[in-house]
Design a protein around this ligand. Structure first.
Ligand SMILES: Cc1cc2nc3c(=O)[nH]c(=O)nc-3n(C[C@H](O)[C@H](O)[C@H](O)COP(=O)(O)OP(=O)(O)OC[C@H]3O[C@@H](n4cnc5c(N)ncnc54)[C@H](O)[C@@H]3O)c2cc1C
Length: 453
């Protein structure tokens, strides 16, 4: 078996391991966990490896991959999925019953175990929230080899000390230690450090009558941000994504139909009753009011249109990764979010500081509806990489002082552990460590993820 593919994730972070196990049954998962516990061997759970924080990358010990747990059973309002099932397969199976999985993280080759593990968000989290909210039940194997099913409504059976939550609409930083904590809410977002999910029961939502989707172009980012605030409360608007002028610049060679004078774009989706319920006219009016490019924006109702726009957005993420790779330095990207009222301030701050320091070496795009745009910086020398790292720290401090989060949807993993300490007090981090010790006393599972070992 090719072990090397389990030693990295999409962040480029690399590690090492002695063995990789690919079990086929829950009983085998239990045996592997119990053996690792008996031998005090660290055990890292691997999903599909699309993570951006090194969370699934082992530092020695064993890796357990759930990739053979691929079954998907669709019911009314829920799906039971093996942890290794891919998000795109879930979406496809759900679509056959005219249902869908709400949050829809952008990278659809992620696994169910991974999106639950990171409490992933996505383009539609603006309307539906992050993955955690959609978890109905989990089948989990603990480090002692025992297996359990926990379902929504079931509170944890131990005493813990709460930690504050940021004033954002999304958060994937550390354990969600809120009063009244339920098992599913603790495990979702625990990044493979508390248990091994073998299957998850996820909520499905009925497809609306139709979906209107569009890429709307603007002459400036200021106009686009004004539109975000004006449109945020449109009924059934389920997606509100942003791209800045540098993002459009990356896409232009592949998309000749991006208007020449566009400097920003919003990608929207709205649930509507039918194609002719008047929403097209309403959007024409809205575009006029916000000074958007009415004639050159793209709209569509079909699944093919939605897919075309999704690919447009996803191509951007892939191009950002390629640009960083070509430069030969790591991709520096943020997953920060601030309370909605600070959305514009953060954007202006990003632009001002990047304009001063790296004027043509960055892009800003992402989940503007959740005040969770990602900034990506492309250093071209070792010295620039060092300065970019400093700038990232400065951005993180700004975000935390604005009541935000250092990890809105990707988790902390191994590469962002220092940021956790900016966001939570030492006492709150100790409260999280106490939970970890309760469930994994020898600190074997996901060692080095979220906390130093
Ligand atoms: C181009 C691109 C776009 C992306 N867009 C988004 C986006 O819009 N929103 C978003 O949230 N993320 C996004 N991501 C990040 C990534 O897709 C998510 O973090 C995803 O949730 C990771 O899933 P995975 O299966 O690849 O997990 P991995 O990377 O393999 O693992 C992630 C974490 O989950 C844990 N884990 C995996 N399986 C299990 C299990 N069975 N039991 C317990 N723990 C487990 C791992 O131990 C690890 O801590 C993007 C990534 C890329 C490359």
């Amino acid at each position: 078996m090719e072990i090397s593919r389990y030693l990295e994730d999409s962040s480029g972070y690399r590690g090492e391991a002695e063995r990789v196990f690919i079990p086929s049954s829950e009983a085998e998962v239990g045996e592997i966990a119990a053996k690792a516990a008996a031998g005090k061997i660290p055990l890292t759970v691997a999903g599909a490896g699309t993570g951006l924080t090194g969370a699934r990358v082992p530092h020695g010990g064993w890796v357990i991959s759930l990739e053979r747990f691929r079954e998907i059973e669709i019911g009314r309002g829920r799906a039971r999925c093996g942890a290794g099932a891919l998000l795109k397969d879930l979406q496809q199976a759900a679509a056959q019953t005219r249902q869908f999985f709400g949050p829809n993280p952008t990278e659809n080759s992620a696994s169910v175990g991974g999106i639950v593990g990171t409490n992933a968000g996505g383009a539609r989290s603006f309307h539906y929230g992050s993955v955690r909210r959609h978890v109905l039940a989990l089948h989990v194997t603990r480090m002692d080899g025992s297996a359990a099913r926990v379902e929504r409504g079931e509170g944890v059976d131990f005493v813990f000390r709460p930690a504050h939550q940021p004033g954002t609409t999304k958060n994937s930083a550390g354990y969600c230690l809120q009063p009244g904590l339920q098992w599913v809410d603790l495990l979702a977002g625990s990044e493979g450090t508390l248990g091994i999910t073998t299957s998850a029961e996820l909520q499905l939502i009925p497809e609306p009558g139709a979906v209107l989707s569009g890429i709307i172009f603007f002459g400036s980012d200021v106009d686009a941000f004004e539109a975000v605030e004006a449109w945020r409360d449109i009924p059934e608007l389920r997606q509100l994504e942003f791209m800045d002028e540098h993002s459009l610049g990356l896409l232009r060679p592949s998309y000749g139909d991006i208007p020449a004078d566009a400097r920003a774009a919003l990608f929207i989706e709205q649930n509507v009753k039918s194609e002719d319920d008047g929403e097209v006219d309403a959007w024409a009016e809205r575009l006029g009011e916000q000074g958007a490019f009415a004639d050159e924006s793209w709209f569509g109702f079909t699944a093919a249109d939605r897919e075309r726009f999704r690919v447009f957005r996803h191509t951007l993420a892939a191009m950002v990764t390629d640009t960083a790779r070509r430069n030969g330095y790591p991709k520096f990207s943020t997953d920060f979010a601030v309370p909605l009222g600070r959305n514009r301030d953060l954007h202006e701050y990003y632009k001002q500081r990047c304009g001063e320091l790296f004027p043509r070496q960055y892009t800003i795009f992402g989940h503007v509806g959740d005040a969770n745009n990602h900034i990506n910086l492309f250093p071209a020398s070792g010295e620039e990489a060092r300065r970019v790292e400093e700038l990232m720290g400065e951005f993180a401090r700004y975000v935390v002082s604005s009541g935000g989060t250092v990890a809105a949807e990707h988790g902390i993993g191994k590469s962002k552990r220092d940021l956790l300490k900016l966001m939570y007090s030492p006492d709150e981090i100790e409260a999280m460590r106490e939970v970890k010790r309760q469930m994994d006393p020898d600190w074997l599972l996901g060692r080095g993820t979220i906390f130093e070992a």
